[in-house]
Ligand binder design. Structure first.
Ligand code: SF4
Length: 320
């Protein structure tokens, strides 16, 4: 079946929901053929480049939303570091560090559901300075934006904007009640209509069913996103999801492979939770269709050394 699906995808056929379900329930013996199929599709449609992006958490915590997985929601007692928007200078410094460690993109991320006008003004100043003084491609993840803000970002040369859907539409009510899945997918549509390339993915392993993961992948396919960050849930103490058992690494790798078979062309970027959830099996994710990673640490948790990540990507035969 896996061979038929691979041949079908290579000749332009789409995977259907039922077949994706069978693949996602595949037993251990079928994992390697599935990884091979996903890796073949990645090489055919995406080539051999590893997308390595680094981020700055430019405003941490203090968020009034209630995303149950998130360390930065102020109603959860996680003890995460909180601070208002950092200075323009600090953002520029973080961008030049990202360039130094070999990141191809630098993403400015802020907590919350959207920047104030004052915050946005400061972020624009930082982007102008980074463009002028650092010369690294800047992406943004600032929550929901007004139309003029999107226009301003475009005129500063921003072309990729991160706004994750997190999980399926059905499961979303279990992880957030202060805004809806529709709010988020509408925003992605607005970004696309304005000509930005959405970087849009989610989190696997938050207690969702396998069907929820498949629904998310098909929705991302329908929206036609450019880059799909897959976060692997890492339970944070003090959040309502702290007791969820971490996903088995092989199940996470299987999910990544099925995402590649469904999505085919976009970058699949392994984001937060890579080290904590995959442990020694990290490299297998990049033999199962993934072709991007976040390097240099995450929003509220540390990553491993960039040197190890670069070495892993080179050892796997990727161009970095
Ligand atoms: S995911 Fe974003 S919006 Fe949700 S609580 Fe965390 S910082 Fe706030």
């Amino acid at each position: 079946m896996i061979k038929d699906i691979l041949d079908g995808v290579l000749s332009g056929r789409e995977l259907d929901f039922d077949d994706a379900g069978i693949l996602l329930s595949a037993k251990r013996d079928d994992l390697y053929p599935l990884m091979h199929a996903a890796d073949t599709i990645r090489r055919r449609f995406c080539g051999n480049k590893m997308d390595m992006c680094s981020l700055v958490n430019a405003k941490s915590g203090l968020c009034t939303e209630d995303c149950k997985f998130c360390a930065q929601a102020s109603r959860h007692k996680t003890g995460c570091e909180t601070y208002p928007l950092i200075s323009v200078e600090k953002m520029v410094k973080a961008a030049s560090e990202a360039k130094k460690i070999g990141a191809s993109n630098f993403c400015i991320v802020i907590s919350g559901e959207g920047p104030t006008k004052e915050e946005f003004k400061k972020i624009k100043q930082a982007i102008e300075k980074i463009n002028k003084e650092v010369g690294i491609k800047v992406d943004c993840s600032l929550g929901a934006l007004e139309k003029e803000m999107i226009h301003d970002l475009k005129s500063l040369g921003i072309d990729r904007y991160n706004h994750n859907l997190e999980t399926s539409e059905t499961y979303y009510k279990n992880i957030c009640t202060t805004h809806s899945h529709k709010n988020r997918s509408d925003m992605v549509g607005i970004l696309k209509d304005a000509g930005l390339r959405p970087c849009c993915g989610g989190i696997i392993g938050m207690g969702e069913a396998l069907e929820d993961r498949i629904s998310l992948a098909f929705l991302l396919k329908k929206i036609n996103v450019n880059c799909v960050p897959i976060n692997i849930f890492n339970p944070i103490k003090g959040t309502p999801l702290e007791k969820i058992e971490q996903i088995n690494p092989l199940d996470a790798i299987k999910t990544i492979a099925v995402f590649r078979l469904i999505l085919q062309k976009p970058t699949i970027k392994i984001a937060g939770g890579r080290e904590a959830a995959l442990r020694d099996l990290q490299a297998m994710a990049f033999c199962a269709g993934a072709n991007g990673m976040i390097i240099g640490g995450y929003l509220t948790t540390k990553g491993r050394s960039v040197k190890e990540d670069l070495q892993m990507a080179k050892d796997l035969g990727f161009e970095v």
